[in-house]
Design a protein around this ligand. Sequence first.
Ligand SMILES: [Zn+2]
Length: 98
Amino acid sequence: MDSNQTDAVRSTMLDGNAAAGLLSEIFISEMTSSSIECANCGREGELGTLLAFLQAPGVVLRCPACEQVILRIVESPEAIYLEARGAAYLRLARTLAA
Ligand SMILES: [Zn+2]
């Protein structure tokens, strides 16, 4: 990919908060403040800080430090597919009873 192609791709990029609705459908709760670690470079941060590409086939969330793919989400009429091999971990907070 040359720099013009890279610029064109980046112009369609949003932050990870753009995927909040789809993530809440998968995980039930609000996810953008959940911690996630990039398996490639070790960057840790909130899911909402990832780079979101919504115009790919499905949703692609990339690391803002190394730009490796962390999460891919593809929807079909019957199911939602989540691929998270780019994440070392994703922290899902428990809702504690008061
Ligand atoms: Zn990274």
